[in-house]
Design a protein around this ligand. Structure first.
Ligand code: ZN
Length: 264
């Protein structure tokens, strides 16, 4: 995903950005769509009330729009601050979470052409299963149950392969932005690193039984059979970690440190 011009746009604002500025969002959308050839997947970024979705930002793939709910983002920012031991709830931190949210939704847009690519059959299947479960086909057995599916989605949100991928791409991007904008703000950088690491580790268990996030997701939807049929050989260690694929503990830890730029 090419985010270079979007990155330049953010850096040119030098952090003095009014984050809910429509002009900024329009340019953002324009650069993102053009540089990634996504005009058939994203028409606009809009502000709106997302109360009924129980979310602060969404990508509506049927309408091709990203919707941002400013008020809900403000409450998310507060909530995250209180529950994650974030150092300061100031403008820089708010700006960071806002950028994270937009890149997260943009990654969902990017996942659609990624799923069409012939190169990654497995990724296509994993993302397609994720979307089918979100659309109400729990267990993927053709029976739709939208009430329990939205409850299931909300309860297990970060374990969905599409969500894990969007979270990690967004944190990776955010970290590089913050390091460029505020290289001396160690507090903010370490807060972002903690959030990033939390998302990287989510779903990996290396105790008695080794489980990967992907395996946990397929267990939750009672489709262990699908998981057992996958082969992960062609993926690099970084890709395995980004997509939550099974990994040996030492390789997982080494790759995690590399991504968080904490190598010795
Ligand atoms: Zn998402």
């Amino acid at each position: 995903m090419n985010l270079e011009r979007v990155r330049e746009l953010i850096l040119s604002c030098k952090g003095s950005l009014n984050i809910y500025d429509l002009e900024f969002l329009r340019s953002f959308c324009e650069y993102f769509v053009r540089d990634n050839a996504l005009s058939s997947f994203l028409n606009n970024i809009l502000f709106g009330d997302l109360n009924r979705y129980g979310s602060s930002s969404i990508y509506d793939r049927k309408k091709g729009v990203i919707v941002i709910d400013e008020k809900a983002i403000e409450s998310d920012i507060e909530l995250l601050y209180k529950s994650y031991y974030i150092s300061r709830c100031d403008e820089r931190y708010k700006f960071s979470i806002f950028i994270f949210k937009i890149i997260h939704e943009c990654t969902h847009v990017y996942q659609l052409p990624l799923m069409r690519s012939k190169k990654c059959q497995l990724l296509r299947d994993i993302f397609a299963h994720s979307l089918q479960v979100m659309d109400g086909y729990i267990n993927l057995r053709g029976k739709k149950n939208s009430i329990s599916s939205s409850m299931f989605y909300n309860a297990n949100h970060d374990l969905f392969p599409t969500e894990r991928h969007a979270n990690l791409v967004a944190y990776d991007f955010l970290l590089s932005i913050i390091q460029s904008l505020y290289p001396d703000d160690i507090e903010l950088i370490s807060d972002i690193l903690c959030l990033f690491d939390d998302s990287l580790c989510l779903g990996y268990h290396f105790d008695d039984e080794e489980i990967s996030p992907l395996e946990e997701f397929y267990r939750l939807i009672s489709r262990d059979d699908l998981f057992s049929s996958f082969s992960f050989q062609e993926y690099s260690d970084r890709e395995k970690l980004m997509y939550g694929m099974p990994m040996d503990y030492l390789v997982y830890n080494k790759e995690r440190m590399k991504i968080l730029q904490m190598e010795e």
